[in-house]
Design a binder for this molecule. Structure first.
Ligand code: FES
Length: 61
């Protein structure tokens, strides 16, 4: 059984921890750590990862 935890951070990214992989639109693996923060505001310049831009954009969930 996969052991992956996803936590929605308030007014911010999705925190993903555990066993998972990320692939780009072409199916290529994206190098990432065991814990990542995925952007859900659309403002990151480093998608799919959060770069903190949600704070300045005023993103509200
Ligand atoms: S959620 Fe942090 S930059 Fe989008």
């Amino acid at each position: 059984m996969a052991n992956t935890k996803i936590n929605m951070l308030g007014n911010g990214p999705l925190k993903v921890e555990g066993d998972f992989s990320i692939t780009d639109p072409n199916g290529n693996a994206v190098d990432c750590k065991q814990t990542v923060f995925l952007c859900r505001c659309g403002e990151s310049k480093n998608k799919p990862f959060c770069d903190g831009a949600h704070k300045a954009s005023g993103f509200c969930d």
